[in-house]
Design a protein around this ligand. Structure first.
Ligand code: ZN
Length: 88
């Protein structure tokens, strides 16, 4: 099975539906995590750069040896491939 990531914040969703966000009708939304998407709407109305800045310290602390600059650079390459931020 292909690993799934939240299409907004890039967080791995794991193998269960626990992390999935919810649609307006209460069903699960498999594209976005519960922190980003609730009851059919994004919980935070922010730009890709803002989300990256929020994630940088977490990512750097979770990956020992990774500096914040490296984490930021990686996310700036990864995020534009996600559904929410994809340029058409
Ligand atoms: Zn998310």
């Amino acid at each position: 099975m292909e690993e799934r990531y939240c299409q907004s914040c890039g967080m791995p969703m794991g193998e269960t539906d626990e992390m999935f966000g919810t649609n307006k009708d209460g069903s699960k939304n498999e594209d976005y995590c519960k922190y980003c998407f609730e009851n059919g709407a994004f919980t935070q109305d922010c730009t890709m750069d803002e989300i990256i800045e929020v994630c940088v310290p977490h990512m750097a602390s979770e990956n020992s040896g990774m500096s914040e600059d490296e984490a930021r650079k990686m996310m700036k390459e990864f995020f534009p491939t996600l559904k929410r931020w994809k340029q058409i």
